[in-house]
Write a protein that binds this ligand. Structure first.
Ligand SMILES: Cc1ncc(C[n+]2csc(CCOP(=O)(O)OP(=O)(O)O)c2C)c(N)n1
Ligand code: SF4
Ligand SMILES: [Mg+2]
Length: 351
């Protein structure tokens, strides 16, 4: 139960991070999701990533829409700021919060329905603004919370639990995000924490909009034979294009890779993402070739995973708008408020 506090007893040997915090400090309330739901595995990966990055818990903001996926921010980072908004409208709330304080780390959790159905308009515009946030889609191909209707991410031909066949093609969030101009696009699988944690860390550290589409099976409504978002199907068709390692600024990149098989991308804070290419022709900085590679994967029925596209050069929303570096709460009141005379003049224009 999310309203029940987990016991805070800690094993004395539990490792601590650079802040002296344990992984328990990054957890949240008890999950109320179905046992085995992929979303709980993603929660666990978020907790690990935040702990390993040693970001103070009160410097996070977690935001969501509506759905089983959107409930999950209650299960991690109990001491951070949070806002559970309305269905498909999380990007507006994230934009408002980030406008007021650019210094915090923003994590948005959404579902495939929340993003690709009702929230598609908001999704497009938050990408276009390059809002500095990590946007996670917990993608199970169904509306889990409302009992298993097909979402816009359900593949054509996918079979529902009661036998209905989906006739419409799926919207691929990764291809869509790249076409709309997203500057960091990745895909993972809830059942592969080793791949997911470095992707989440890199996404939290990317300057700009980072989207991770995470295949997250719904064990109650979409984990049967014929579903293309089940554990079995995902494991069989999993095709990593790239393996990502996250290296913090102070750490030396020790691991050596064969030339042509690895590339290192420096993030704005000096940390690196080291990418081991499994397919020599895959270049995550070349938009056109990434899109054609993803499309080939769709035709072959494969789920291409890893860091698919990254561009560290684009300005994020505050840089585009030349807004103040200082969070609004720290600005002197006379700088924030234009004063009574100015407000009267503005109001007079509308009379
Ligand atoms: C405006 C509005 N329309 C419809 C709903 C009903 N509704 C609640 S959750 C949901 C779909 C959730 O699906 P998804 O985002 O994929 O999350 P999941 O439960 O699968 O994790 C819908 C249609 C709502 N809450 N608000
Ligand atoms: S209904 Fe599906 S998505 Fe929702 S908690 Fe249960 S398994 Fe997870
Ligand atoms: Mg869903």
């Amino acid at each position: 139960m999310s309203f029940m506090t987990k016991p805070t007893v800690r094993h004395p040997q539990l490792p601590v991070n650079d802040l002296g915090l344990t992984v328990r400090d990054y957890e949240g309330g008890m999950s109320t999701l179905c046992a085995g739901c992929g979303h709980d595995s993603i929660t666990s990966a978020i907790v690990t990533a935040a702990f390993e990055l040693s970001i103070p818990t009160h410097r996070f903001v977690k935001l969501s829409g509506i759905g089983c996926s959107s409930k999950t921010p209650a299960y991690f980072l109990r001491d951070s700021h949070g806002f559970n908004s309305t269905h498909g409208r999380m990007p507006s709330v994230a934009t408002g919060a980030n406008s007021a304080n650019r210094e915090l780390t923003y994590i948005g959790v959404s579902g495939d329905g929340d993003t690709l159905s009702i929230g598609m308009g908001q999704f497009a515009h938050v990408i276009r603004r390059n809002l500095n946030m990590l946007y996670i889609i917990e993608n199970n191909g169904v509306y889990g919370l409302t009992k298993g209707q097909f979402s816009a991410a359900a593949d054509k031909g996918s079979i529902a639990k009661k036998g209905e066949v989906n006739q419409q093609p799926a919207i691929d969030p990764c291809q869509t995000a790249i076409v709309l101009g997203a500057t960091f696009v990745a895909r993972g699988f809830s059942g592969d924490k080793d791949q997911l944690v470095p992707l989440l860390k890199a996404g939290m550290k990317h300057r700009g909009f980072a989207m991770i589409d995470i295949i997250s099976p719904c064990v109650t409504f979409n984990d049967h034979e014929g579903s293309t978002k089940s554990y079995e199907y995902s494991r069989e068709h999993f095709s990593p294009a790239i393996v990502a390692d996250f290296v913090p600024p102070a750490e030396e990149i020790k691991v050596r890779y064969d030339e042509g098989e690895a590339m290192s991308i420096e993030l704005h804070d000096g940390s690196h993402i080291v990418l081991r290419k499994l397919d020599k022709d895959f270049d995550p900085t070349d938009r056109v070739s990434v899109l054609s590679n993803l499309q080939e994967g769709v035709v072959a029925g494969e789920i291409t995973t890893g860091l698919l596209y990254v561009d560290e050069s684009q300005p994020e929303m505050h840089e585009l708008n030349n807004t103040t570096q200082t969070p609004l709460r720290d600005l002197p009141f006379d700088k924030l408020c234009p004063g009574n005379d100015t407000l009267q003049k503005i109001q007079a224009r509308y009379r």
